[in-house]
Design a protein around this ligand. Sequence first.
Ligand SMILES: C[S@@+](CC[C@H](N)C(=O)[O-])C[C@H]1O[C@@H](n2cnc3c(N)ncnc32)[C@H](O)[C@@H]1O
Length: 264
Amino acid sequence: MWLMLVVWFAGAAAVLYSLYCWVIPSAVQYNGKLALLWHDVIVEHLLDTLTRTTRPQRLLRAVQKNATRNNPLSVISAIDDFCRHREWAMNVGDEKGFILDSVVNEVSPVTALELGAYCGYSAVRIARLLPPGACLITLEFNPDYAAIARQVIAWAGLEDKVQLVEGASGDWIPRMKEHFGIETFDFVFLDHWKDSYLPDTKLLEECGLLRKGTVLLADNVICPGAPDYLEYVRKSLSYESRFFKSHLEYTKAEDGLEKSVYLS
Ligand SMILES: C[S@@+](CC[C@H](N)C(=O)[O-])C[C@H]1O[C@@H](n2cnc3c(N)ncnc32)[C@H](O)[C@@H]1O
């Protein structure tokens, strides 16, 4: 009787474990909405409750354990490794990260702005490629995420190149000139909540922060999607826009980046 119970519990545990580790992740990886529901809602809440820590805290621990200090590439690969093999997280990720790298290299911005820092992954990706004397301003309105991002950026040794500003984009964009002495941005990476892409782009225009040739790069334009933003930059005569097909971070679901050059 006891042996039967032990066998039954061991079998049930094995089934649950394989559902959690392989079956469900494999089943959802081609569908962006299901992948986000599984990784970003169900698993995150489950692990937060079980471990009494947050996903950004667990990600930071993986960086401190596996990445070499002052080595941005090792920070990037420690986060990618954590997100591919342990826990998904909403960084731009390695696949779209290569597209981000190539655009940053092409623009070689002296002034760069990121909307949405989360744990600092894309800030590290961008900042390590900036030319000498250049600076990235990254905005994050969640104070817990901002605290983690600061530590990740410092671990990568890039705190001199990155100014992390805690607050909402809508509040900070109008203060960029007065507060940071920014004339215009050479490069803007939009990666905050998707319904803010369009209003913040219009705000950047109104505040005179875009110049002829400023490059906007917007993540997740397919998944979760930013249809109003895409329609705007693709139809407006003020932008020359191009889509880079890719996948939602750490999955095989369709996603991509939209690169839009401001013309006037
Ligand atoms: C997708 S994550 C950013 C990921 C990050 N760029 C990376 O690739 O490592 C989006 C982040 O934007 C932040 N956010 C959303 N709306 C914002 C706003 N209006 N102002 C500032 N931060 C915002 C969220 O708190 C979240 O941390």
